[in-house]
Design a binder for this molecule. Structure first.
Ligand code: AMP
Ligand code: ZN
Length: 145
């Protein structure tokens, strides 16, 4: 039984779009990737870049698909730059991070003059926190199992 965050492929909206069974405004497609407009855009031109293979998260993506996905991401970014040279690229990974579609996707979100983007006020970081975090992030996770 798959976990709730990993729907069977038949129930996945992005798999349906990749199979051309659900409607989408597709802006790029090749053998391994597809890019289409977000149906509830955060800004004009908000685009999703998606591997056709159903994986929930980046860490599940087979490494031979990194390059095609990155290539499509860069292609979409170049196109978005026709609209704005300011944009965010993001992945929401996990429900607590705001993921609602559990099929890996990059968001490319153009930013325009009239839109505030990030909160200006951020908490600082102590040296000790920085040392601990850098140590944690400097080594690879051990493989599961
Ligand atoms: P996330 O929160 O990262 O999982 O984002 C999922 C994104 O998919 C949201 O921005 C939705 O607006 C978008 N979305 C959901 N269903 C569709 C759809 N059928 N076509 C295009 N975008 C969609
Ligand atoms: Zn899927």
């Amino acid at each position: 039984m798959p976990p709730a965050s990993d729907p069977p492929q038949g129930a996945c909206i992005f798999c349906s779009i990749a199979r051309h069974e659900a409607p989408a405004r597709i802006v790029h497609e090749d053998e391994q990737t597809i890019a289409f407009l977000d149906i509830f855009p955060l800004s004009r031109g908000h685009t999703l870049v998606v591997p056709k293979a159903h994986v929930d998260r980046l860490t599940d993506l087979p490494p031979d698909q990194y390059a095609p996905l990155m290539s499509t991401l860069a292609r979409v970014c170049r196109r978005v730059e026709k609209m704005s040279r300011h944009y965010n690229i993001g992945i929401n990974q996990g429900a607590l991070a705001g993921q609602i579609v559990f099929h890996l996707h990059f968001h490319v979100i153009p930013r325009y003059e009239d839109q505030p983007t990030f909160p200006r006020h951020r908490r600082g970081i102590t040296d000790q926190e920085a040392v601990e975090l850098a140590a944690l992030l400097s080594t690879d996770a051990s493989p599961p199992g």
